[in-house]
Design a protein around this ligand. Sequence first.
Ligand SMILES: Cc1cc2nc3c(=O)[nH]c(=O)nc-3n(C[C@H](O)[C@H](O)[C@H](O)COP(=O)(O)OP(=O)(O)OC[C@H]3O[C@@H](n4cnc5c(N)ncnc54)[C@H](O)[C@@H]3O)c2cc1C
Length: 380
Amino acid sequence: MPEADADVLVVGLGAWGAMTLWQLAKRGLRPIGIERYGRGHALGASHGGSRMFRITCLEHPGLVPFARRSAELWEALERETGTSLLRRHGGLLIGAPYSAVAGGTLTAAREHGIEVEKLTRAQLSKRFPQHTGLSPDDIGVWEPSAGLLRPEAAIRAALDAAETAGARVLTGTEVTAVEPDGDDVLVHTPATTLRARRVVMATGSWLPSMVPLPDLRVVRMPVTWFRPEGEQERFHLANFPVFMRQIGGSTILWGCGSEPPYDVKLGLEQFGAAAAPFDTGDSDRSVTSDDWTALCAVLAERLPGLRPEPARVAVGMLTLTPDNQFVLGALPESPNVIVAGGDNAHGFKHATGIGELLADLATGQEPRLDYSFMDVKRFR
Ligand SMILES: Cc1cc2nc3c(=O)[nH]c(=O)nc-3n(C[C@H](O)[C@H](O)[C@H](O)COP(=O)(O)OP(=O)(O)OC[C@H]3O[C@@H](n4cnc5c(N)ncnc54)[C@H](O)[C@@H]3O)c2cc1C
């Protein structure tokens, strides 16, 4: 058997790939990670300063153990690198008691014994008066264990920790093809070809263009920051914590306050809407007023006290699957190629737990958590 350059090579060093590399390096392997752009760049899915963390995973009951394990690993990464990454100052879920957001959160809390506080509409208005225009049946669910993660800092911390433990990180290097070769996998870049025993393809929204996974759809997701007008402290993070608010059948308003200078982050998500497909070969991330018009239209009624025009806007990419679950695991036709994608806009909080799972799969260890509901095999 020809000598391999690495036992495991990770393609793509966004959130999932960076955490996988860290987990592999911690096990004493000398993995190689390859990233097309720079560390913590703004062209994929893992930028924008913050990501919501919560244990009450309304997307699937099987994700709750992943969120719990991820929290332990986020704390481990913080300790190992001396970096503050996860601030668990609580999070708010708003909607009707039977809605996906509030109802789903209550169900997850009940089934998994997660501490939450149910707020009546009146209690919600009193405690969080920034949220106006509530529907008559809206309630609030306060999850004290929720909070915010720092995505770019987390990726950099994981890569630093991986390198300290013996990993090699190649940035500015595009993988042009991944090709099984006997028991190995060849990874081609414009400059060279590397041989690995196993490859983890954590290429996010670029995954469907590299591996035939026709059920995955890539769409763009604008993220918008607003400045308060009048009293600024209302929108301090301590007073206006991270939230998800269902404002109609399938529309979700989400966001969080900020420390001075008060960049209040907001987004609007239309579940089930036929979002325009996004070409991942196109590096254009410019924005137009179409990216914030619908959001601005709801602000005066739902979150008054913010200037009506955004202070800044960024674009992220989402990869959607028909069942809203991630796509993880060894490809049935190439078992030494392990894929990781289909983030469906809820994957950052799980990045450390998923990194551990991918490291288990890449080293032939039994995963500690059941991931069958996310297994790529369901699409084959
Ligand atoms: C606007 C927005 C808000 C979100 N909010 C939340 C939230 O609040 N909470 C939450 O948990 N999740 C949230 N998510 C989802 C979460 O951010 C994603 O699940 C997560 O960032 C996905 O990470 P990833 O590593 O799979 O993808 P990415 O970060 O996109 O990483 C993929 C990497 O692969 C690299 N790559 C691709 N092709 C190649 C190649 N050929 N060669 C080399 N490298 C390559 C790319 O450059 C990129 O760095 C949100 C997502 C968006 C877009």
